[in-house]
Design a protein around this ligand. Structure first.
Ligand SMILES: C[S@@+](CC[C@H](N)C(=O)[O-])C[C@H]1O[C@@H](n2cnc3c(N)ncnc32)[C@H](O)[C@@H]1O
Length: 282
């Protein structure tokens, strides 16, 4: 893949973004890179508030792409008092190079071009109390590195499950869940509202909630290793939607694609701690 694999696109909202030509997937497709990164990830994750008093606060930016999520994180946290480590993961730098080459059309990247060039050259850079690290490899491989610090926030942004299935399997999310520390509260944000993805995350051991609406999409999805961190956990009544869905089956490595959920998976979902009655006593 090279930077020629991308093209600029004007969204209906009038904002400019980029698109991978081969799969026709547009980055931040509705309200544009800056607004979506801020709303979906920075604000919903409460990055500013949650980073206070946590040193260092660790952010995983999965699917660095053209760095809109990373830049929104820098803008929110780099001038603050917290020590922050931003770890960006991607197996190609082609979209980032394309964005830098077209920075006259992608305003968010312009002030950070020099920093980004240093990041691409040396694998790290810093601004204020924020250190930014680049892991240029398959995220599934990076995830196994022992010295990778467990995150407080995961901005999860690969391509869709249709064109990037390996980043959406149950086995992958089980591994991701195991990479979190139970005593380190973590939120994971993504644009999806798919029943299959929500089921997959629950089966992988996450708690799962309804995320903010973005543009015409009335909700997205947020997950956590701690139920208390979610404002709107999926209620038990959501299981009816799973039972009725023809498309709630979790994607499995080497398995066939979508369909209704098996009785076995459904029973496991029903047993998830999120759907058990909770005692009011401490
Ligand atoms: C939709 S783009 C990300 C947009 C980006 N977050 C931004 O703010 O501009 C998806 C990115 O995920 C990356 N990706 C897909 N599969 C990956 C994998 N297995 N490991 C690392 N990166 C991956 C792609 O190379 C691509 O850059």
């Amino acid at each position: 893949m090279s930077s020629e694999s991308f093209e600029l696109i004007t969204l209906k909202s009038g904002h400019t973004s980029l698109r991978l030509i081969s799969n026709q997937e547009t980055f931040h497709p509705v309200i544009g890179p800056e607004a979506e990164a801020r709303l979906l990830h920075v604000e919903q994750q409460r990055l500013v508030a949650r980073s206070q008093g946590t040193s260092p606060f660790i952010v995983w930016d999965v699917g660095l792409g053209a760095a809109a999520n990373a830049v929104a994180t820098l803008e929110a946290l780099s001038a603050g008092p917290a020590t922050v480590e931003l770890h960006s993961f991607d197996h190609t730098l082609a979209p980032l190079q394309f964005a830098c080459d077209h920075s006259e059309h992608l305003a968010y990247i312009r002030p950070y071009r020099l920093m980004i060039q240093q990041l691409m050259r040396t694998g790290q850079t810093s601004i204020g109390r924020l250190r930014w690290f680049l892991h240029c490899a398959d995220f599934r491989v990076s995830l196994s590195h022992r010295d990778l610090p467990p995150p407080h926030a995961i901005l999860y942004d690969p391509y869709s499950a249709v064109s990037n299935p390996e980043m959406w399997t149950l086995e992958h999310f089980q591994k991701l869940r195991r990479a979190l520390h139970d005593d380190r509260p973590c939120l994971l944000t993504n644009y999806t509202r798919s029943t299959a993805v929500r089921s997959t995350w629950l089966l992988a051991g996450f708690y799962v909630g309804i995320g903010v609406g973005i543009g015409e999409k009335n909700q997205t999805t947020i997950a956590s290793n701690q139920l208390e961190l979610l404002d709107q956990p999926l209620p038990i009544s959501w299981l009816k939607q799973v039972a009725a869905s023809q498309n709630s089956n979790p994607l499995r490595e080497g398995g066939s694609a979508y369909g209704p959920m098996s009785a076995e998976d459904f029973e496991q979902l029903r047993q998830h701690p999120q759907f058990q009655p909770r005692s009011l006593c401490p």
